[in-house]
Design a binder for this molecule. Structure first.
Ligand code: ADP
Length: 160
């Protein structure tokens, strides 16, 4: 007891949304410190570089002094171990998230012993996905209810 409990919140964050930020804030109610970890090579083709995604997350979490934002390559569990973290934090929106996340959490635990802690998406944000945010912004729609201001600016630059 008394020891600080650290968790890693990994993801692609292409781009970060209000749903991600809600998971970060609520994760802070459970953990003393969070490292938000931006995956460099997620296999998907991200629209922003890892450094750009990290910078957006840093700005969006600037008011949260128990949060840091890092990038990582390779296995998530290796990064989690290198941080000395106790757990992985993930968010769940839907049953399809549940299906995928249960495979991921089981694989990570079998491979490393590291537990995953889930936060259920808040009803206000549960519909938000990074891929739909990009699609709507690309087609000129209004995504201001879905992303923080720094991401709104980045989307305006990307899709003028
Ligand atoms: P990944 O491809 O690793 O799932 P994402 O950036 O899409 O990366 O998501 C990172 C984590 O955040 C995942 O656990 C995902 O389920 C969760 N998440 C994404 N969007 C939301 C949201 N709107 N509300 C709650 N959790 C979310």
């Amino acid at each position: 007891m008394g020891e600080k409990c650290l968790a890693v919140y990994p993801g692609v964050f292409d781009p970060p949304t209000l749903g991600h930020l809600d998971i970060i804030r609520r994760g802070l109610a459970v953990f003393d410190r969070l490292v938000v970890a931006v995956a460099v090579n997620p296999g998907k083709q991200p629209l922003w570089s890892a450094a750009e995604r990290q910078a957006m997350l840093r700005e969006a979490t600037a008011d949260l002094d128990r949060v840091s934002v890092d990038t990582y390559e390779g296995l998530t569990v290796d990064f989690v171990k290198a941080c000395g973290a106790r757990a992985i934090l993930r968010g769940i929106r839907t049953t399809s998230d549940y299906d995928w996340e249960s495979h991921l959490a089981g694989t990570n635990r079998a491979a490393s012993g590291i537990e995953t802690v889930f936060v259920m998406a808040d009803g206000r944000y549960a519909y938000i996905t990074s891929s739909l945010v990009k699609e709507v912004a690309r087609l000129g729609g209004d995504v201001s209810a879905m992303v923080p201001p720094v991401v709104l600016e980045a989307l305006k630059k990307r899709f003028p």
